[in-house]
Design a protein around this ligand. Structure first.
Ligand code: ACO
Length: 380
């Protein structure tokens, strides 16, 4: 005992290495550069496997009979029309609102009223299908253009590009973005999924849980990094400036975005795949700059933190690929969230199937019981 406060086990503030649940969805092999969805090595799925089929794998536990999954493709097509009330509420948002902030409101609107506990797969389809519709609509308003209706002849990812631009997307761009969606669809107990599972564990609904999950992606330590990576690359400008720029930044005690990961103490497998994709879609001079910054960044971070096992994370080549596809930086994190709606749905269903309220403890570090309120009247 310390004073009258019972001693508790000492806290692990970042929950590093704490196993906070069970899941049959995704294995993150941080020591071996592995990412596996339900037994399938994700790197073997890209490029080529349509996002609808990855959604199928995550939601049903096995691959579909054919690609793209007819079940999921049909369900997403059917779930795409947004209710008039939701559309009107979304259109009432200021067009100047950054897309990520708009998306946070969109997700909360989606759960409007009739979503409840336990979450249903149909609600997941609506989350996955309607999020890009609303995001693209907001983006078009923000850039002074009318909305573009989805096309039934396009897949989920191609439709997203179509709704953003109003132009038939080039197959190479669709293939690159589809691979990005596949690679980012789920990732174990990352911050957004942990938050989502906590919310579901209270018997709340999927719309509320996804809104809370999205909030974590604004932070640059989780999903907010890719636009900052692009900013960094643009500031550096040319490969010869990389070393000096990085040293100055680290000397100021600032983070180098796109490097380091809590789970991966080896190469981030998503980063390896995205680097390969960047080689086929990115402008060669931009790719050369990124590769130089990666090399110099790793050298500087490893010198500053010997033994820390730092590698480039998924956000580094995500930024290069999303930029090459033509997405503006303000859409990078919302696009990450669109991909992750599949994983969020699968985790919500899994959490509800074996639910136990997630409610950890905290190590109390305040004064022990016994202080007297300065103006308290003497008790009876
Ligand atoms: N820039 C500068 N220093 C770094 C970086 C970085 N990118 N990454 C790690 N470090 C430092 C840490 O601050 C720590 O220093 P300390 O020992 O003096 O406290 C040391 O290296 C060891 O770090 P780790 O313990 O291995 O990293 P941790 O697990 O705490 O953090 C994190 C992981 C938050 C992702 C960190 O690497 C980081 O801030 N990276 C930059 C932001 C970023 O790219 N985020 C996207 C992550 S990917 C995703 O979430 C989808």
């Amino acid at each position: 005992m310390r004073g009258s406060v019972p001693e508790r086990a000492s806290a692990n503030a970042g929950l590093d290495g704490v196993v906070a649940g069970r899941s049959a969805l995704t294995w993150v092999g941080g020591e071996t550069s592995d990412l596996v969805y339900r037994g399938y090595d994700v790197r073997a799925l890209v490029p080529g496997v349509p996002y609808e089929s990855v959604v199928h794998l995550l939601l049903f536990g096995e691959p579909p009979e054919s690609d793209p999954s007819p079940v999921v493709a049909g369900a997403l097509r059917g779930a795409r029309p947004v209710a008039a009330g939701v559309r009107a509420a979304a259109d009432a948002l200021a067009p100047s609102l950054p897309p990520l902030e708009a998306m946070r409101t969109h997700l909360s609107l989606l759960g409007g009223g009739d979503w409840s506990y336990p979450p249903r797969r149909e609600e997941g389809y609506r989350l996955i299908a309607q999020s890009p519709v609303l995001l693209a609509r907001h983006f078009r308003r923000a850039t002074g253009r009318p909305p573009v209706e989805a096309r039934d002849d396009l897949g989920h990812v191609a439709n997203y590009l179509w709704m953003l631009t109003g132009e038939a997307p080039a197959p190479a761009r669709v293939e690159a973005l589809e691979a990005y969606f596949d690679l980012l669809a789920d990732h174990g107990m990352n911050a957004s999924t942990f938050v989502l599972r906590i919310v579901i564990s209270t018997h709340s609904d999927l719309g509320s849980a996804a809104t809370a999950a999205l909030a974590t992606l604004k932070g640059p330590l989780h999903g907010g990094a890719p636009s900052r990576v692009l900013e960094m690359l643009r500031e550096i400008g040319t490969p010869d400036r990389a070393e000096g720029w990085i040293h100055e930044r680290l000397a100021r005690g600032e983070l180098l975005y796109g490097f380091g990961h809590r789970a991966y103490k080896s190469e981030d497998p998503r980063g390896l795949s995205l680097h390969a994709i960047a080689r086929s879609v990115a402008d060669p001079s931009r790719l050369r700059l990124a590769e130089t910054v990666e090399r110099e960044g790793l050298a500087a971070l490893r010198a500053a933190h010997p033994g820390a096992r730092i590698y480039a994370n998924v956000e580094f080549y995500s930024a290069v690929v999303l930029d090459a596809i033509g997405l503006p930086p303000e859409l990078f994190t919302p696009t990450f969230a669109l991909a992750r709606t599949a994983g969020w749905t699968a985790h919500a269903l899994e959490q509800a199937a074996e639910n136990r309220l997630i409610r950890p403890d905290v190590e109390y570090t305040g004064p022990p019981k016994g202080l007297r309120w300065p103006r308290a009247k003497p008790g009876p």
